[in-house]
Design a protein around this ligand. Structure first.
Ligand code: AP5
Length: 213
């Protein structure tokens, strides 16, 4: 099963992708997580990506596409994967489609987690992310057992630099300009599924499971 999670920044793509990955035993592939791991390790890719991410801009397609195609070519992706944060532009979607077509393969579903902009800023201000393992929490909706400490690995939780309100507004603009057109793109291919992302995260997950079967 090959899935794409669509939705605005903070819509809950990552939250849902992790649950899907666990239930269906497929890897969760997040380009944002790959970039953040590279930033943490001080790689050349990380240094370059950080310039864009801190501004709320997209990392250029030339950098993003290669790391994604390398990742999904790995052995653990042979039975499928859930993509979170990729594609984010029409050219990225076309590269993925072409790569899969060459393998006689295709994306099964693109799931759009729909959350209006007015809900997003509050959500992002309350998000806390683990610097070590990438787990995410929300101070109200999904609080860790101990404030500021990751349940999964015990490391410290932070407010991501790009979750500051001004940067979130920029990310939303970039989303509407460059990523939202993918809803129509996958709609035209007949694989788009919409879920309401404003309800409790367990109910969002139940709606997704109904789609996936
Ligand atoms: P990325 O890490 O992909 O960020 P994003 O798409 O902006 O998504 P987020 O991780 O911010 O949000 P999410 O939808 O996963 O929400 P979450 O589940 O955490 O990318 C970061 C940056 O990297 C980009 O800005 C760009 O620069 C670069 N990048 C990445 N991929 C790229 C690409 N393909 N091309 C170019 N550049 C790329 O949930 C948010 C919060 O809400 C959490 O606190 C969560 O607990 C809470 N929450 C979730 N669901 C609910 C619910 N139902 N009710 C209440 N709260 C909820």
């Amino acid at each position: 099963m090959k899935l794409i999670m669509l939705g605005a920044p903070g819509a809950g793509k990552g939250t849902q992708a992790k649950m899907i990955a666990e239930k269906y035993s497929i890897p969760h592939v997040s380009t944002g997580d790959i970039f953040r791991a590279n930033i943490k390790n001080g790689t050349e890719l990380g240094i370059e990506a950080k310039k864009y991410m801190d501004q709320g801009q997209l990392v250029p397609d030339e950098l993003t596409v290669k790391i994604l195609l390398d990742r999904v070519a790995q052995e653990d992706c042979k039975n499928g994967y859930v993509l979170d944060g990729f594609p984010r532009t029409i050219p990225q979607a076309e590269v993925l489609d072409n790569a899969l077509t060459e393998l006689g393969d295709k994306v099964d579903f693109a799931i759009n987690v729909d959350v209006p902009d007015e809900n997003i800023i509050g959500r992002m201000g309350g998000r806390r992310a683990c610097v070590k393992c990438g787990a995410t929490y929300h101070v109200v909706y999904n609080a860790p057992k101990t404030e500021g400490v990751c349940d999964a690995c015990g490391d410290k939780l932070i407010l991501r630099a790009d979750d500051e309100p001004e940067t979130v507004k920029k990310r939303l603009n970039v989303y509407h300009e460059q990523t939202q057109p993918l809803i129509e793109y996958y709609g035209n291919k007949g694989i788009l599924k919409e879920v309401d992302g404003t309800v409790d995260m367990k109910d969002v997950f139940a709606a997704i499971c109904d789609i996936l079967g």
